[in-house]
Design a protein. Sequence first.
Length: 147
Amino acid sequence: MTPGEPDLRASAVASHASRDVSNASVGDLIGEVTRDMSTLIRQELALAKAEVRQEAAKAAKAGGMLGAAGFAGYMVLLFLSFAAWWGLASVLPAGTSAFIVAVIWAIIGGVLFAIGRKRMSEVNPKPERTVETVSEVPGTLKEGIRR
């Protein structure tokens, strides 16, 4: 919760704290619990959405900065490559020096590709822990009802 936002959960709890339930029927009590649970779930979802929006905005800003840093790094490598080409051109023919710089970049690219492909094969897109915990929910609910 950010400063200035009302605490929805505290206000929902405070509104029912002093209610006398001695004359209420079981159906009324179950209906009230159901409404309260529904309200609680809606409030938790609203809170989760707000938190996700805030984090997404932070991630977008960070992503933009990382993208700009990546472009700046690309420009550095481009001009360093030109400098290497030009430096080698003072000793070798210009075409040969350009070829040498290109071969060096081809080797770097090949090594990075091989490493990336190896790491990509290690990625598991299935969220194992989430699948495990979600599969436990029905059993937990059944146990809670039996008690």
